[in-house]
Design a protein around this ligand. Structure first.
Ligand code: ARG
Length: 435
C-alpha cells in the first residue's frame, strides 16, 4: 500500500529509490509521533462533525478506526514501515483500507503540514513535562541529602585549587537549585509552545469554518497558533527552544558528572559510586571505572550536536519546505538520549557515598585565611590590611589550630535550614504546576 493520492491524484509518483530517499529515517521516526498524530486526527474528525462536514456515524467510524490502528501499532500487528512516505500518509491509507471511502474523509480541511506540526507540538509538550519531572526528581533527592548531610565539611575549590571550607550540603543544594531552575525552564518552554497549529492546513488556512477552538481544547492546548504561515515558519524554531531547555539540564548533568568523576579518583577519593554505575576493565584486573558517569557527561554532546544540526537546516524561506522533515531526527535523538541520561541521575545521587575522612583531610589550614581576614576586618581594620595580616598568621598555623577554627566556624558553608526551605518551597510550587 502506497500513498493514495499518488495513484489517483497527481501523476505516477516517485520511483522506489526516490521513495526510499523521501521516507528514509522519517517513517521510522514517525513511530514516535504517530500516537500524537492519531490523537490529533481524532480531534480533527470531531471538529469536522461539529461543522457538519462529517455525519455522526462517519465521525464515530473514523475515531474508532483510528483507535483500532493505535492498538494494532502497540501490539505490533500493524507496522509503520518504508512502504509509506510518512506516518501521516500511512494513517489515511490504513483508514481507507479498513473503512472504505469514509476513511479518506479524515483528510478534509487539513494538510500533512499542520498534521506534523500538531503532532510535534504534542510530542514536545510531553517530553518537556518529562524533562521537568526528571529534573524535579533529581532536585528532590539532592535536597533530601542536603538536609541530612548539610554539615559534613568538604573543601571548596576555585580554579580547581583549594579555596575555602565548604560542605557536602552546599554541593548538594547547589546542584539542587540548578535542577529546580531547569525544571522551571522546561515548564516555561512547554507553556511557550502550548499552541495548536491544527486548522492552518498547508500554511494558508482552508475554506471551511473549522472548529479550531473546539479542537484546541480537546487536545489540551492553551491557545491557538493564529496565523497559518507562522504555523509553518515556527517549525524548527519551537524545537530549538525545547532543545535549549533540554541543554540547560544536560549542561548541569555534565557538571555533576564531571564533579563525580573527579571525586572518585584515588587522588580525591571523596566519593564512592554504587557498583551499578561502574564497570571493570577487559585487561586491567585492578580497574573499577565510572563509565556511567562519563556517558552522563557525554549526553550533553548529543544535545549540542542536535541543536547545531537543527539550526543548520533552518535556513529557509517562508512556508512549508520538505527540509523541515530533516529537523525531526536531531530533535527525537536528543530527547531520547538526554532523557535517558537524566533519568539515571536521581538513582546515582541517592546511592553514592561520601568519604568524610578524605574530605576533612583535604581541608588545609590556609583555607581559613578568608574567614580570618573577615574577622580581623570586623575589628575595624581596612580589609586589605586584614588580608595581609591573615596571610601572615595562616602561614604559622598548624593543623591543630586549623581543626579548632573549623569547629568554631559555624557549619562551614552549609546551607542554613531557611535556605533549604526556600528551595523546597520552590520545588513544591513547580510540582503543583506540573500536576
Ligand atoms: N514528513 C513530513 C514532514 O515531516 C510531513 C509533511 C509532508 N508535507 C508535504 N507537503 N510533503 O515535514
Amino acid at each position: 500500500s502506497g500513498p493514495i493520492w499518488k495513484k489517483d491524484g497527481a501523476g505516477k509518483g516517485p520511483d522506489a529509490a526516490v521513495m526510499d530517499f523521501l521516507a528514509g529515517e522519517d517513517v521510522v521516526l514517525d513511530r514516535q509521533l504517530i500516537g500524537f498524530d492519531i490523537t490529533a486526527s481524532q480531534a480533527h474528525v470531531a471538529g469536522l462533525e461539529t461543522i457538519g462536514v462529517l455525519s455522526a456515524d462517519e465521525a464515530r467510524q473514523l475515531v474508532d478506526g483510528l483507535e483500532t490502528i493505535r492498538g494494532e501499532l502497540a501490539s505490533g500487528e500493524r507496522v509503520l514501515n518504508a512502504a509509506f512516505e510518512d506516518g501521516h500518509s500511512a494513517l489515511e491509507t490504513w483508514l481507507t483500507e479498513d473503512l472504505g471511502a469514509v476513511g479518506g474523509k479524515v483528510h478534509t480541511g487539513r494538510s500533512r503540514n499542520d498534521q506534523v506540526a500538531v503532532a510535534m507540538r504534542l510530542y514536545l509538550k510531553d517530553r518537556l513535562a518529562r524533562l521537568a519531572g526528571t529534573c524535579m526528581e533529581t532536585a528532590g533527592v539532592l535536597l533530601k541529602r542536603a538536609a541530612a548531610e548539610a554539615d559534613i565539611p568538604m573543601p571548596g575549590y576555585t580554579h580547581l585549587q583549594r579555596a575555602m571550607p565548604a560542605s557536602v550540603g552546599m554541593w548538594l543544594a547547589g546542584h539542587a537549585e540548578a535542577f529546580i531552575d531547569n525544571a522551571a525552564l522546561a515548564i516555561a518552554t512547554r507553556d511557550w509552545l502550548d499552541a495548536s497549529p491544527l486548522g492552518t492546513a498547508s500554511g494558508f488556512g482552508v475554506n471551511l469554518p473549522l472548529a479550531r477552538e473546539q479542537v484546541r481544547e480537546q487536545l489540551g492546548f492553551s491557545r491557538l497558533l493564529v496565523n497559518p504561515q507562522y504555523a509553518q515558519n515556527s517549525r524548527g524554531k519551537v524545537e530549538g527552544q525545547a532543545l535549549s531547555a533540554l541543554a540547560a539540564a544536560t549542561t548541569d548533568l555534565r557538571r555533576v558528572a564531571w564533579d563525580l568523576s573527579l571525586f572518585t579518583t584515588s587522588e580525591f577519593d571523596f566519593v564512592s559510586l554504587p557498583d551499578d554505575f561502574c564497570t571493570g576493565s577487559s585487561i586491567m584486573p585492578n580497574k573499577r571505572n565510572p563509565d556511567a558517569v562519563e556517558l552522563l557527561r557525554a549526553a550533553h554532546g548529543v544535545v549540542t550536536g542536535a541543536r547545531v544540526e537543527l539550526d543548520s537546516i533552518l535556513s529557509l524561506p517562508s512556508g512549508y519546505q520538505r527540509d523541515l522533515q530533516a529537523t525531526k531526527p536531531p530533535v527525537l535523538r536528543a530527547f531520547a538520549a538526554g532523557l535517558q541520561a537524566l533519568d539515571l541521575l536521581p538513582g546515582l545521587l541517592a546511592a553514592m557515598e561520601w568519604n568524610t575522612g578524605a574530605m576533612e583531610a583535604a581541608l588545609s589550614p590556609d583555607m581559613f585565611a578568608t574567614d580570618l581576614s573577615v574577622e580581623l576586618a570586623l575589628e575595624g581594620k581596612p580589609f586589605r590590611e586584614a588580608y595581609r595580616e591573615a596571610a601572615a598568621r595562616i602561614a604559622g598555623m598548624d593543623a591543630g589550630d586549623a581543626a579548632k577554627s573549623l569547629s568554631e566556624r559555624v557549619s562551614p558553608g552549609a546551607p542554613g535550614a531557611l535556605l533549604l526551605e526556600q528551595l523546597q518551597a520552590r520545588l513544591a510550587h513547580l510540582e503543583t504546576i506540573l500536576k
